[in-house]
Each structure stands twice: as structure tokens, then as C-alpha cells.
Design a protein around this ligand. Structure first.
Ligand SMILES: NC(=O)c1ccc[n+]([C@@H]2O[C@H](COP(=O)([O-])OP(=O)(O)OC[C@H]3O[C@@H](n4cnc5c(N)ncnc54)[C@H](O)[C@@H]3O)[C@@H](O)[C@H]2O)c1
Length: 443
């Protein structure tokens, strides 16, 4: 029978060999930070091109990620981080962090193919006494009901005898990966209190914030709840925005004044919610009640509200075009921003994708620009030239400094629809643009 205390000492001495499985937005910075903290880290990926880039010290993440490229170059040079496609390389590893994607399907059911595949691959290589930590976001109950039985089955080892298990969900977001990793508190969910303590010692090397011990179900619930909270709050802000438009008010002014009232934290409305996490984590939380006699109303309603915001942008567009006497059919529409987040290259669940699909359905001709996505980058004014309207979907820095007079001069018709409150109606008006913005009424 193995003893977690032995491993705990190895972690404290940085003698534990670490593996990070899945070198995406989360796994790559985690692996690099542990390597920088002095651990020997092996990163495992299934995408060969990613492995090659990382081993050459080049970050595969194209978005603005302060410090990551330099950190990666440094830890690859020291030899403390190495990426591989081969699970055989993990045979002598003491701690395995799992950072693979955990999406939901079109019925909003969790899809754990990547996680299942990792657990299977670990079966023949997991060292006796290793600690497996899931960092991916999973539905409440997944560690106990899926990860534990699969690990026991594939490894032939028993929990707390042949291996230890925990979950420490990540709280990062693209654009702030390193900052969030080091400054945001984490929940260290262990299958035993001793496992949580070993995890706390480990994360203490990279996290300068609270590390709270908990059981696994609590850690799973906390992570999915925090993202569902955000989705519900954004949906509320979006619904208020729709009311402000209808009532002839300005949601931005309303929000500012509402938030002066104690205990009010109204979120930002906008053109939609995207990314790998916020659109699916509420469904992961909801899945925690799956098969039980619980009726969920708010979480599904919030998802619906947020999913309809890109379509609402089209309503605003049609309305503004009508004001200048142009139907949407055959109109050439410049769409600014294809990532889901400002200054990011992450296009997963991008609201712009829904907008563009609907524009095509309605017979319009979208012309996409995004400075962070090679397929759509280039000169923004060249892209806008000859279009009938601009629809701003993402508040990339480049768009915040756009010269509106020049924008108007290259457009065929003077229409600007702003989904992120980058410009005010007054700024647009000053150069003669017909303006519509989410949450802003017009006459
Ligand atoms: N992106 C975020 O901002 C964020 C924030 C907090 C938590 N999370 C959670 O972290 C997890 C990872 O998210 P991400 O954004 O880094 O995803 P990602 O898609 O960027 O990275 C996952 C990586 O895992 C690799 N992979 C898949 N199957 C594999 C396998 N069998 N073996 C080895 N590698 C494999 C993929 O090729 C990919 O590179 C998800 O559960 C997500 O919900 C993400």
C-alpha cells in the first residue's frame, strides 16, 4: 500500500516528476509555470504540430498572452519542460495533471471522449503511488462516477492504494492566462484530506492566493457554479439591455447607476457569449442534477438569452439599414471580430459564427475581419471598403482606436452597429454615421 505522505515530501522538495496532459489554453501555461518553479515537467499532446512548436520554444497560442511566449522559451531552454506525443514517457511520473477539453454535445450533455481517452492511455503507464489531478472542468459527480472507476479499471490499481486522485479546476481566461494562474485562488478537491494537502503544497509553488481544501464534489460544484453565475448575470444584463432599447434608455448609464446601489453587480451586456467555458459550464453544472427530480429554469433560460444576442445584432442592423433605405438582402456587411474575446485568437463558440451564419441565411454578404486570426487579418479599412454597414462584434484594441471619420468615408452606406459599446452614439453621430448599439434606444 502506497503512502501519500511520501509523495507529499517529494512534492515539497520539487523532486516529484510532473506530467501535464493536454497542452491547450490551460495546460500549456500550467506546464510552463511548474517548470519555471523548478519541477521537471513532461507535457503530453495528441497534436504533433503543437508538440513540435512547444519543443522549439514557440507558443502555439496566437492571441495576446502577456509573458507566455517568453516563459515558454525560457523553460524549454532550461530543459525542464518537454512535450511529447507518447504516453510511455510518463512511466516514472509522480503527478499527472489532466487539462483536456470537456465540451457538451448539441443536447447539452457532457462529452468526455478526451478525458476517457486520457484515462485509458494512463492505464498501462501510471506509476504506483502517483497522484492524478483533473484540472479540466467537469460536471458534479464526474470524479467519483467516471474518473475513479475508469482509472481503477484501466490501471488495475485501487484508489489510495495504487494511486491518489483529486480535482483542482482552473480559473484562467485567455488574455490573462499567467496572471490568473498565479493570482486567483483555487479549490484543491481531494479524495482524502491528505490528498488535498499534497495538492495544496504542489499548487503553492505557482499560486499566490488561497488554496482551499475540499472534497471532489465541492470542487466540481464550485467551478461549474462560478461560470454558470457569470452566464446568468450576463443574460440578466442582456435582458435589461433589450428593455432599455425598447424603452428608449441607455443600459450603460443604467448599469453604472444600478451598481452604485449596495450588493448590485450588474454585468456587461453585449453581442453574445462565447469561448470554451461559459457557454457549456452551466450545462455541466445542470448535469449534476441529471436523472434526479429537479426542474431547472434559470440556467437554461440564461443560455437561451445569451445565444440569441448575435441574432439581436441582426435586428439592430436591419433597423439601421432601413433608416438609410437599404434592405439586408444582398447588403455587404463588414463584421469586425471573429474571436469570442478581445485580443484573443480563440474562436470556440464564437458569437460571430452564429451572426455570420444567419447573415448568409438572410441573403447578406458578410466580410469578416479579425486581427488575431490569420484567416481574417489584414487592413481593416480595406476590408470595410465598399460595405453597406459595419457590425462590431469584439472589442479588440485595434477597433477601440478606429478612426470613425475614415470608417465612414470608405463605407458605401453610413451604418455602424456596435455590440460592445466601443463607440457612443454621439461619437458616431458626430461623423454622420447611423448608429445602433446593444442596450441603447434610438428614436
Ligand atoms: N480556456 C479557458 O479559458 C479555460 C478556463 C478554465 C478552465 N478551462 C477548462 O480546462 C479544460 C481545457 O480547456 P482548454 O481551453 O485548455 O482546451 P484546449 O482545447 O485549448 O486544450 C485541450 C488540449 O488537450 C489536447 N488533447 C485532447 N485529447 C488528448 C489526449 N487524449 N491526450 C493528450 N492531449 C489531448 C488537445 O489536443 C488540446 O490541445 C476544459 O475542461 C475547460 O473547460 C478552460
Amino acid at each position: 500500500m502506497m503512502d501519500i505522505n511520501e509523495l507529499h515530501e517529494k512534492i515539497k522538495d520539487k523532486q516529484a516528476r510532473l506530467a501535464v496532459i493536454g497542452l491547450g489554453y490551460v495546460g500549456l501555461p500550467v506546464a510552463a509555470m511548474f517548470a519555471d518553479a523548478g519541477f521537471n515537467v513532461t507535457g503530453v499532446e495528441i497534436i504533433a504540430e503543437r508538440v513540435e512548436k512547444i519543443n522549439n520554444g514557440i507558443s502555439p497560442i496566437e492571441g495576446d498572452e502577456p509573458g507566455l511566449a517568453e516563459l515558454l522559451e525560457r523553460v524549454i531552454k532550461t530543459g525542464r519542460l518537454r512535450a511529447t506525443l507518447n504516453y510511455e514517457d510518463l512511466r516514472d511520473h509522480d503527478v499527472i495533471l489532466i487539462d483536456v477539453e470537456t465540451p457538451v454535445d448539441d443536447q447539452n450533455i457532457p462529452r468526455y471522449e478526451a478525458l476517457r481517452s486520457v484515462l485509458k492511455s494512463l492505464g498501462s503507464v501510471l506509476k504506483d503511488g502517483a497522484l492524478v489531478i483533473v484540472e479540466s472542468t467537469v460536471a458534479p459527480g464526474t470524479i467519483n462516477q467516471l474518473v475513479l472507476p475508469l482509472l481503477e479499471k484501466h490501471t488495475g490499481k485501487k484508489l489510495n492504494e495504487g494511486f491518489f486522485l483529486g480535482i483542482c479546476p482552473e480559473r484562467v481566461m485567455p488574455g490573462k492566462l499567467l496572471k490568473n494562474l498565479s493570482t486567483l485562488s483555487r479549490v484543491a478537491g481531494g479524495m482524502t484530506p491528505e490528498t488535498s494537502q499534497a495538492m495544496i503544497s504542489l499548487y503553492g509553488y505557482i499560486v499566490q492566493a488561497d488554496l482551499d481544501p475540499a472534497d471532489c464534489i465541492t470542487a466540481e460544484l464550485v467551478k461549474t457554479t462560478e461560470n454558470a453565475y457569470r452566464d446568468v448575470q450576463i443574460a440578466f444584463a442582456n435582458e435589461v439591455a433589450l428593455i432599455c432599447e425598447a424603452a428608449g434608455g441607455d443600459v450603460w448609464k443604467v448599469r453604472e447607476l444600478v451598481n452604485k446601489s449596495p450588493m448590485r453587480h450588474m454585468h456587461l451586456p453585449g453581442a453574445g457569449v462565447g469561448g470554451h467555458c461559459i457557454p457549456k459550464d452551466p450545462w455541466l453544472l445542470a448535469y449534476g442534477a441529471n436523472g434526479k427530480d429537479v426542474v431547472l429554469r434559470i440556467i437554461p433560460a440564461a443560455r437561451e438569452v445569451n445565444n440569441t444576442m448575435p441574432l439581436h445584432m441582426i435586428k439592430l442592423l436591419e433597423n439601421a439599414l432601413a433608416q438609410v433605405g437599404k434592405p439586408l438582402l444582398d447588403a455587404r456587411i463588414a463584421v469586425l471580430g471573429y474571436a469570442y474575446l478581445e485580443n484573443s485568437d480563440d474562436t470556440r463558440n464564437s458569437p460571430t459564427r452564429s451572426l455570420v451564419a444567419r447573415l448568409y441565411e438572410l441573403g447578406a454578404q458578410p466580410v469578416i475581419h479579425d486581427p488575431w486570426i490569420p484567416e481574417y487579418d489584414g487592413d481593416v479599412f480595406e476590408r470595410i471598403k465598399g460595405c453597406d454597414a459595419v457590425v462590431l462584434m469584439v472589442a479588440h484594441s485595434e477597433y477601440r482606436t478606429l478612426d470613425l471619420a475614415r470608417l465612414k468615408s470608405v463605407l458605401r452606406l453610413p451604418v455602424l452597429v456596435d455590440g460592445r459599446h466601443v463607440f457612443s452614439a454621439a461619437q458616431a453621430d458626430a461623423v454622420g454615421l447611423t448608429y445602433r448599439g446593444v442596450g441603447q434606444g434610438w428614436e
